[in-house]
Design a protein around this ligand. Structure first.
Ligand code: SF4
Length: 328
């Protein structure tokens, strides 16, 4: 690990001022950043510890939703009574990720900003356009089992590794962001992460000095909420494919079908055409196939991860079958 200066921010303004420096970063739980620093993938000269800036509260909003502070731990969020009652897909997604010890430290903001676990990204001896722009993408002709089949580019085929954000995407949550000049902006979580395109080093829309302050969930609707994660072992593994689903039915037809997918792309994948294909129709194997056709229309494997395309189809079938039975 390279030497760095450590500063403890007391206020959001302190934190923003420190982190607008070129080689400065904010640290909260540190569950991803410290690993990357040990591997010298991240080499900040200055760290602003933001754990004392008071962003850990989880509180009701005036419109019946829920505001989760950026420093609320994953454990605190997953066990919060309102999350369990009104947003169970979020609780399930968080509990499907990492381990209890990591969830006790990991925070809402940090979880959104976690970086890909691509082998080449994590090894500084390997070519990686995300870590070192212009060096090439080792995964394109290499180890690519965990990699993207949707929305990738010739520059990068990495996946976003998290579970929480997949549920937040299905729930249509918003991310509150504070700038170094005190300005605030709100971004739909569906627009927070970027596709790699020709700027694969850019994971999300945060600008230097900007800090996530909270995630806001809209007022809950009814229906059934599911999170299904397919992985190589039953705990402490990243998703090969995951699906967060919020489904409502009336008179035997879908009236709501908000789905988001993990493990398939550089961001939690949300395609509004899937809801359009499902809503107004009765569940059937043919309908589930049509939804999968929409999801996978532009899917492209890269050898080792070709299996993800049929796996995503089968997982979508299974989730829609279970959700429609539960919601009926
Ligand atoms: Fe780097 Fe992305 Fe290629 Fe992985 S897939 S080696 S993160 S450029």
């Amino acid at each position: 690990m390279r030497p760095f200066q450590y500063d403890r921010a007391r206020t959001l303004t302190d934190a923003a001022q420190i982190t607008q420096g070129e080689d400065a970063m904010a640290i909260a739980g540190g569950t991803n950043l410290l690993d990357l620093m040990k591997l010298q993938v991240e080499t900040p000269r200055q760290l602003a510890d933001i754990n004392r800036v008071g962003l850990g509260e989880i509180a009701d909003t005036d419109d019946g939703g829920l505001r989760i502070g950026a420093l609320a731990t994953n454990t605190a969020t997953a066990v919060h009574p309102r999350v369990r009652a009104d947003y169970p897909v979020l609780s399930r997604a968080i509990l499907a990720g990492a381990t209890q010890q990591l969830r006790n430290k990991a925070t809402t903001g940090g979880n959104l900003c976690q970086r890909t676990r691509c082998f080449y990204f994590m090894n500084i001896d390997q070519p990686c356009n995300k870590r070192e722009p212009g060096s090439g993408c080792g995964a394109l002709d290499g180890i690519a089992k965990l990699h993207a089949v949707l929305g990738a580019s010739g520059e990068c085929i990495a996946t976003y590794p998290g579970d929480m954000a997949v549920a937040l995407s299905a729930l249509d949550a918003s991310v509150e962001i504070n700038g170094s000049d005190g300005t605030e902006r709100t971004v739909p979580v569906r627009d927070f992460h970027c596709l790699p395109g020709d700027t694969p080093w850019r994971d999300n829309v945060l600008e230097p000095g900007e800090i996530i302050t909270a995630v806001t969930l809209p007022a809950p609707g009814g229906g059934t909420q599911l999170y299904r994660k397919v992985r190589e072992r039953s705990s402490y593994a990243f998703a090969l494919v995951s699906i967060a689903a919020i489904v409502e039915m009336e008179d035997g037809v879908f009236t709501r079908a908000d789905l988001a997918f993990g493990g398939l792309a550089h961001k939690p994948w949300h395609d509004p055409r899937i809801a359009q294909a499902l809503v107004g129709n009765a569940p059937s194997a043919e309908l589930f196939d049509r939804a999968a056709d929409v999801l996978l229309e532009d899917a492209q494997g890269h050898g080792e991860n070709d299996f993800k395309i049929p796996l995503a189809r089968r997982t979508l079938h299974a989730v829609l079958e279970q959700a429609s039975e539960d919601a009926a």
